[in-house]
Design a protein around this ligand. Structure first.
Ligand code: MN
Length: 493
């Protein structure tokens, strides 16, 4: 079977950066562009050259990097915009013309004829200057089809190489999307789909358009973008890969999770845990029956394996844990129990779950120790912790610990007070253990600034990984408590 080739235009750096609150530096944009190129994105919309000198600097850096993919700038149908794009040495333009009466009359305060002429002039001008043009209709899905086709036809006749119709405010449904895009797939150039997620349908609408012949889609990593965002790269790619068998793209699927993480970190827009494909819970299992099924055969409760997208499976202990899952976990921790002891531990884990807590390895250890009445001697005890932090002060921490009864004094600096405290503790225990902090999660339990702070850490010593918790009114104390309780557990056997 011949697979249909679908091309990907990623607009994380343009539409994505228009997310309220996001502003990326030049070096951050370059890192994202490099990653997008590495994973096989065909076209990167690197920004909008007209925006500012800083934006142009970033686009120039990206175009001078020698990436494989096509680099585009957003431009309105204005010579000024095109000149700035030319200055940045881009390969192509995402040349956007509003086509709905609403936009033409209320935003541009022009007539349709004026807009059509402007679009033709801009296409000609850009093509004359050696740019490849993707002529894009803004608010296309609320435009008159006759006018829309006219603008595309005339654009193509003066050299536009591709056309794109934007569902600017996300009003399509999957059915309407098929009907709409099927009227634009016979204009002799590749048709591109650009969907927004105002009703959570951006991915579905994009897939519908691809079904009837669109051969390129616009997307952003993690679906970031204005308002409810754009169609998400990872969801479309994995859907095309797994739910359909007639398409191919150049995207390296296994890099989707790492790409998502990179963009989340650099933009500061973190994902909802239940985000499809790349969310932290996308492959997490808590319920006893589910966890048991997945351990026997992952296909029972996973439509794809986490490895496919470079993600990880995880099992979470909570109120849904089954007795088998608990027994496995206890065995992993090296704890042997009799039947009645297991039952008692089971009850206590469940009641912690009922209080809304997820149960860390150290929580489980403490519960088990308690049930089995084991006196657990802590190798490392925190005696004193002093922090200096503030404005124009390098965050500094000093700690006094007792390790096997011996006093250890250490100090450390960090990028913040929590970091400084962990650095100091790490230095203090360096002779005993080289413990890596793999994950750090903080939650304010009641929500106010006087809330109890719940810190959960995941630590690694060699190939042993353990999770631990610290709960205190003070975030620094909670962090150190979580860290040390994990280290003590790791050093135990
Ligand atoms: Mn858009």
């Amino acid at each position: 079977m011949v697979l249909l080739k679908i091309r990907v235009l990623d607009t994380t750096l343009r539409d994505g950066e228009q997310t309220p609150g996001i502003s990326l530096t030049t070096s951050e944009k370059l890192r994202i562009a490099t990653k997008l190129d590495e994973i096989g994105v065909n076209i990167i919309e690197a920004g909008s050259a007209i925006t500012s000198p800083g934006e142009r600097e970033a686009i120039k850096q990206i175009t001078s990097e020698g990436l494989n993919c096509e680099i585009a700038s957003f431009a309105r149908a204005l010579r000024l915009d095109i000149d700035f794009a030319l200055e940045c040495d881009v390969d192509s333009l995402h040349l956007v013309v509003p086509t709905s009466n609403l936009h033409i009359e209320h935003k541009l305060k022009k007539t349709k004829e004026e807009v059509l002429q402007q679009a033709i002039d801009a296409c000609e001008y850009a093509v004359d200057h050696g740019l490849l043009v993707e002529l894009s209709a803004e608010d296309a899905t609320r435009s008159e089809m006759v006018f829309l086709k006219k603008i595309f036809k005339e654009g193509v006749s003066v050299g536009a190489s591709r056309i794109c119709a934007c569902d600017t405010v996300g009003m399509l449904t999957p059915e309407k999307s098929q009907e709409f895009y099927s009227q634009l797939n016979d204009l002799g150039v590749p048709l591109s789909v650009h969907c927004h997620n105002d009703f959570g349908l951006a991915v579905a609408n994009t897939l519908s358009a691809l079904r009837i012949g669109a051969s390129e889609f616009h997307c952003t990593v993690n679906g970031i973008g204005e308002r409810a965002g754009n169609a998400s790269l990872e969801e479309i790619i994995v859907s095309l890969n797994t739910l359909y068998d007639t398409y191919e793209t150049d995207i390296n699927i296994q890099e989707l999770y790492s790409t998502s993480k990179l963009v989340a970190r650099l933009t500061g827009v973190y994902l909802q845990p239940n985000k499809a494909i790349v969310g932290e819970n996308a492959f997490a299992h808590e319920s006893g029956i589910h966890a048991d099924g997945v351990m026997k055969n992952t296909a029972t409760y996973e439509p794809i394996t986490p490895e496919l997208v470079g993600h990880k499976r995880k099992f979470v202990m909570g109120k849904h844990i089954g007795s088998k899952g608990l027994k496995n976990k206890l065995q992993e921790l090296g704890i042997k129990t009799k039947k009645d002891q297991l039952d008692e531990i089971f009850t206590r884990v469940k009641s912690l779950g009922d209080m809304g807590k997820c149960v860390t390895d150290v929580d489980l250890q403490a519960i088990a120790d308690n049930v089995l009445e084991i006196e657990s001697e802590q190798k490392i005890k925190l005696e004193e912790l002093t922090i200096v932090s503030g404005n124009k002060v390098i965050p500094t921490a000093s700690v006094k610990m007792k390790i096997d009864g011996e006093d250890i004094l250490e100090a450390g600096v960090g990028i913040g007070p929590v970091d400084a405290a962990i650095v100091a503790v790490k230095k203090g225990i360096a002779d005993f253990a080289d413990v890596e902090l793999e994950e750090y999660h903080v939650d304010a339990i009641t929500g106010g600034t006087d809330a109890l702070i719940d810190v959960i850490v995941k630590l690694r010593l060699g190939d042993k990984i353990i999770s631990a918790r610290g709960t205190q009114p003070d975030i620094i104390n909670a962090s150190v408590e979580a860290y040390l309780s994990g280290v003590n557990r790791l050093l135990k056997d």
